[in-house]
Design a protein around this ligand. Structure first.
Ligand code: ZN
Length: 170
């Protein structure tokens, strides 16, 4: 445990996000992910609240369904165009997740003035290939898209919005 946290801390210094644990099986298919309607709306609200800065946070759940969000403070020097999650917030969120028996399924941030597609720095900083990267664009309309980013490869993931009971609503 101690070593695990130490290694995570090392990685966070580099990229602001937790490290991928090797050998961990994926809970979601490669091509799609489920998110509750309430969490999707909360992520969009977070993005709108932080505008013109980018927001960022973690998404957790179980069985391939995202049921919780963990907003993190963006401590980037230029938060209008970058995000760097507060390490303190990150540790707190990971602890809450672990205590609740949930797993990290997604990482989100917003693009207040650009499209919902990973920037070159987003791709460079995507050190967690097990997670789905959600991007919320605010202009011209609020739009959420999701991607797997592995190395230089970017592949869009279908987002299915479900109600709290887990059934697909759209
Ligand atoms: Zn970005």
């Amino acid at each position: 445990m101690t070593n695990d946290i130490f290694m995570m801390n090392l990685k966070m210094v580099q990229c602001g996000l937790p490290s991928a644990r090797t050998g961990e099986s994926r809970e979601v298919s490669d091509k799609s992910i489920h998110i509750t309607d309430a969490v999707k709306r909360a992520v969009e609200d977070h993005a709108l609240r932080e505008r013109p800065a980018e927001c960022c946070g973690l998404l957790s759940g179980a069985n391939g369904v995202i049921t919780d969000l963990h907003p993190l403070r963006n401590e980037a020097e230029q938060p209008e165009s970058r995000y760097f999650a507060s390490p303190a917030d990150l540790f707190g969120a990971m602890r809450i997740m672990r205590d609740a028996g949930k797993r990290l399924l997604g990482i989100y941030h917003s693009h207040p003035r650009s499209s919902a597609f990973p920037s070159s720095s987003d791709v460079e900083m995507a050190f967690y290939p097990e997670a789905v990267y959600f991007i919320i664009s605010l202009e011209p309309v609020v739009e959420m898209r999701a991607f797997r980013i592995e190395g230089a490869g970017v592949e869009e993931v279908t987002v299915s919005v479900v109600d709290e009971s887990g059934s697909v609503s759209c």
